[in-house]
Structure formats: C-alpha cells, structure tokens
Design a binder for this molecule. Structure first.
Ligand code: 13P
Length: 250
C-alpha cells in the first residue's frame, strides 16, 4: 500500500458563529497541524467560508463545504454552486452525508451528480456512504455501501481516483457509538476492493475516511487500520483540543 498522507477533515455541520469560529480557528492554528504527516481540512457552513478563508489563508488548513448544488447555476433558490464554493477557497465538498440523505431525501443518483459536478470544476468531493443500524443487523451493510459508492463510480468513471470516500455508519454518527477498528476496517476493505475493481491500482490511492464518533481516545486505533486513510469528524472537530489530538494520532 503506497503511503498516502492521512486526511483529517472536520465537519462542523450547522454550528458556529462569527465569534466562536474565530476563536476555534485561532486555537487550531496555534496547535500542530502536522503537515508532514497529514492534510487537515474543515468543512464549514457555506456562509462562513469567506470568514474562514481570510483567517486561514496560507496557513495549511484546507477548506471545504458540506453540500453543493447539483446544478451549475440559475433558478435554484437557496442553492450554492460549485463555482461559488471555489471562489471562497473551498477545496473539498462533502456530498451524500447521511443527514442529507435522511433529512433531505437525497438519492444515490443525486449524490453522484453532485460528485460529478464537483470533480468537473476541480473540487474534491468527499462521498459519504454508510448503513443504518437496522441495515447492519439485517446483514445488509456491504450491499448498502457498495450500492451507494457504485452510483458515484458509474457516473464519474475514471475520475474516481480524484474522489475521497468516507465510510460513516449512520448508527455511529453523533451517538457516541463507534465502529470498532475491526468493524470499520472490514467495511473499508470492501470499499477498497470496489475502488480497485473500478480504477485498478489507482484504487489504492483513493483515501477512505472513517467517520462516526471519532474522538481523541479512539482515533489512533482506527487510523492505524490498513484501509483507514483519515477521519471525518463531527462533534470532536468543534473543540480545538480534541481535533488537534486526533490530528496528532494521524
Ligand atoms: P460525529 O463525529 O459527531 O459522530 O459526526 C460524524 C459525522 O457525521 C461527520 O461527518
């Protein structure tokens, strides 16, 4: 396995304010981002991209958004386009987060179109996949995550080497329940095999992040698994000390 830099990405979700963002960013920048070993990104609410862009410019912290429109531009009230995100310094965009799939009824197909739209403009999509507890208990984990990823592979073709995948078991998000390193690794291995079937050896270089209650105490054991190439972190990314400690584990 070629050594890839780990990607540690924070997903702030719908949290923050001008004041608290400034304080959080300052504390993160005061810490060690370990640029030798990993890349660090934060995916913030789109309205704050401008603020965070000006606070982080040239400081080795990548910026991302949490969603993007499937359309290029035009009469889509409330939507934000890929080119707008890029103008405000985003390098990444999360697509298909389970909260979007669940609360906004986003289909595999829509998620794939968003991923394709991002790639076409040079923004890296972080494509989220993951099963619910009910799906896990019925033995459907593999089928579900493969179906979700297949929709994206089908649409983006050979550009799949440019995406980042995040395995986020829905039952582990915000619940304090974490997949064990073995549970996570076994799903990551399935995703890796699927990516290699699509992209050949290029599939080894696609980063597969784990997300779901990753924190300062479980990050090291998760990140040491062979197919876990980083983390997508919710709650713990809102506390500089916790986020920095996850970065230190990478
Ligand atoms: P938590 O780390 O809060 O469980 O959230 C994970 C997540 O959904 C990141 O996208």
């Amino acid at each position: 396995m070629p050594s890839l830099k780990k990607l540690i990405a924070g997903n702030w979700k719908m949290n923050g304010s001008l004041e608290s963002n400034a304080a959080l960013i300052q504390s993160i920048l005061d810490g060690d981002l370990r640029a030798d070993a990993c890349e660090v990104a934060i995916c913030v609410p789109s309205v704050y991209l401008h603020q965070i862009q000006s606070l982080t410019e040239g400081k080795g912290l990548y910026l991302g958004a949490q969603d993007v429109s499937a359309h290029e531009k035009g009469a889509y009230t409330g939507e934000v386009s890929v080119s707008m995100l890029k103008e405000f310094g985003a390098s990444f965009v999360i697509v298909g987060h389970s909260e979007r799939r669940q609360f906004h009824h986003e289909s595999d197909q829509l998620v794939a179109i968003k991923a394709e739209r991002a790639l076409a403009s040079g923004l890296t999509p972080i494509v989220c996949v993951g099963e619910t507890m009910q799906e896990r208990e019925s033995g459907a984990t593999e089928v579900i995550v493969k179906r979700q990823l297949a929709a994206v592979i089908h649409l983006v073709g050979h550009c799949v080497t440019e995406i980042v995948v995040a395995y986020e078991p829905v039952w582990a998000i915000g619940t304090g329940l974490t997949a064990t390193p073995d549970q996570a690794q076994s799903v990551h291995a399935v995703l890796r095999a699927q990516l290699k079937a699509a992209a050949g050896e290029g599939g080894e270089k696609i980063r597969i992040l784990y997300g779901g209650s990753m924190n300062a105490s479980n990050a090291k054991s998760l990140l040491s698994q062979p197919d876990i190439d980083g983390g997508l972190i919710g709650g713990a990314a809102l506390k500089a000390a916790d986020f920095l400690s996850i970065i230190a584990s990478a």
